[in-house]
Write a protein that binds this ligand. Structure first.
Ligand SMILES: [Mg+2]
Length: 124
């Protein structure tokens, strides 16, 4: 079976690399990376990932706007998008849902099993 493609969108390079490493260790996943929302839209339209993990606060184009744009496309309207929300920001969760995110997880991710379960919920 072909590896499912997961696009990780995160402006912090360290966080991005950790997510890459962690997600690859979770299963047969091909991980694509983007550093902001605009790059995410370009990569997503070209490679059509099966799931996106989307940071919200990013330069150039933030995660809320990128998600709203993806939801207006034919291929992106039902795509699973898991938002990375800041732990202390309760409003982030609500704003993520309003922008069309399918689910969310608080950052920094402490328990990668929770992230794994969320990914598997959408991809199996
Ligand atoms: Mg950020």
């Amino acid at each position: 079976m072909a590896a499912k493609k997961i696009l990780v969108v995160e402006d912090n390079e360290d966080t991005r690399e950790i997510l890459l490493y962690r997600i690859k260790s979770m299963g047969n996943y091909e991980v694509l990376l983007a550093g902001h929302g605009k790059e995410a839209l370009e990569i997503a339209s070209r490679f059509r990932p099966d799931l996106i993990i989307m940071d919200l606060k990013m330069p150039v184009l933030d995660g809320w706007e990128a998600t709203k744009t993806l939801r207006q496309t034919d291929w992106g309207k039902d795509l699973p998008i898991i938002a990375l929300t800041a732990q202390a920001m309760e409003k982030d969760e609500e704003k993520a849902r309003n922008a069309g995110c399918s689910d969310y997880i608080a950052k920094p991710v402490m328990d990668y099993k929770i992230l794994q379960k969320k990914i598997e919920k959408f991809l199996t």
